[in-house]
Design a protein around this ligand. Structure first.
Ligand SMILES: *Cc1c(COP(=O)(O)O)cnc(C)c1O
Length: 389
């Protein structure tokens, strides 16, 4: 399991956390070789998670693009409504195997908190979730969901009262309670081994895309697109395709288009955030900048360190999409396909349609539809966008 991705990654954490990170790495290395664990993971993914998810031909969206075919990888159909389940399940099973009897998690929009609360309930492990107080107000329905699922939600009132502060608070809790507690980190970020661990659990997305495209068309897609917040659905989509000729495109949030939005790879610079060396939106003094995006799940100043490497090497291309274009794509998918996408993958869908217009009809584009849009209805209804651009 790589500790670094080129210059990026590593574990810049207080001394007290090092044994816990090592314990986690060893536990995962043993578990992934254990056929019983792999079988357990497969069974829960299928029976509770609903995997495998379909690969869906978006015929009307394709017609809108007037070029390459557009296919959707339906992670919105995973239990809980987003890909977050894949990672929460893997880490939950691993925590149980390690004999931990308490789970903690951070959450921004609330999707990862809900996924962890679901797994905590299903596995019978008490769960506590840290969430910025401002996010709790913005995402009240997810706070209620977590509580109904039996989790305790702690409001975080430091800093900007959002995701970055919730991660700090969860790390602080973990430092105090490492012996009894597993920290279920929600994206491919943070200190080693989290970026690799989360990538492993999310790679089920890319493996299914590989298998399903070969069985549908006898070959791999020409282009695969995913949105990038911390980067977990994207790395899980891309990783199994890195050693193929498939073109890969990651899409960051451009925000309103005036500042850097939440585009850490395109507008940030290398620095340390939450224990990893990676691209960070920071000012010249290294202060982390406030991010801004219509979608809470992409609203993060850092990004997983493997993406930092893939950006520098050019193996993955990254683009950004503005709020208004993501909102337009939301309406396209709703009206064209009868699917309400989350605003995060709406960014990826906009970029996919833009790419499809420039590519021949015989090519195929797969977009990871990372989650469903029920959580975003208030935001969408509060914006007035034309659906017919
Ligand atoms: C959390 C979330 C994201 C962003 O997180 P990544 O780690 O970048 O995948 C994207 N889409 C949805 C639906 C989410 O809930």
């Amino acid at each position: 399991m790589p500790r670094r991705f080129g210059a990026y990654g590593g574990a810049y954490v207080p001394e007290t956390l090092i044994p816990a990170l090592q314990e986690l790495e060893v536990a995962w290395q043993e578990a992934r070789r254990d056929p019983r664990f792999r079988d357990e993971l497969r069974r829960w993914s299928r029976d509770l998670g609903g995997r495998p998810t379909p690969l869906y031909f978006a015929e009307h969206l394709t017609r809108r693009g007037r070029g390459a075919e557009i296919w959707l990888k339906r992670e919105d159909l995973v239990h809980g409504g987003a890909h977050k389940f894949n990672n929460a399940l893997g880490q939950g099973l691993l925590a149980r195997r390690m004999g931990k009897h308490r789970l903690i998690a951070e959450t921004g929009a609330g999707q990862h908190g809900v996924a962890t609360a679901m797994l905590g309930a299903a596995l019978g492990i008490p769960t506590e979730v840290y969430m910025g107080r401002r996010d709790m107000e913005r995402q009240a329905p997810n706070v209620q969901r977590m509580r109904l699922l039996g989790a305790t939600v702690h409001p975080v009132t430091s800093g900007s009262e959002t995701l970055k502060d919730a991660i700090n608070e969860a790390l602080r809790d973990w430092i105090t309670n490492v012996r009894t507690t597993h920290y279920v980190l929600g994206s491919a970020v943070g200190p080693h081994p989290f970026p690799s661990l989360v990538c492993d659990f999310q790679s089920v997305i890319g493996r299914e895309i590989r298998r399903q495209s070969v069985s549908r068309w006898g070959k791999l897609p020409d282009l695969v697109v995913a949105c990038v917040g911390g980067g977990s659905n994207a790395i899980g989509t891309f990783h199994p395709l890195l050693n193929t000729a498939v073109e890969l495109l990651g899409v960051e949030a451009g925000g309103a288009g005036r500042g850097p939005g939440a585009s850490s790879l395109l507008r940030g610079s290398p620095g340390i955030l939450h224990g990893a060396y990676t691209y960070v939106l920071q000012d010249s003094d290294g202060q982390v900048r406030d991010t801004e995006s219509v979608s809470a799940g992409l609203d993060y100043a850092g990004v997983g360190p493997e993406h930092a490497m893939l950006r520098d090497s050019g193996r993955v291309r990254y683009e950004s999409v503005r709020d208004r274009d993501a909102l337009a794509a939301f309406h396209w998918v709703a009206a064209d396909e009868g699917i309400l996408p989350a605003l995060e993958p709406a960014h990826a869908i906009y970029a996919a349609v833009r790419a499809a217009r420039r590519r021949p009809k015989r090519e195929r584009i797969v977009v990871t539809l990372s989650g469903r849009g029920d959580k975003d209805l208030q935001v969408v209804l509060g914006h007035d966008t034309g659906a017919d651009r």
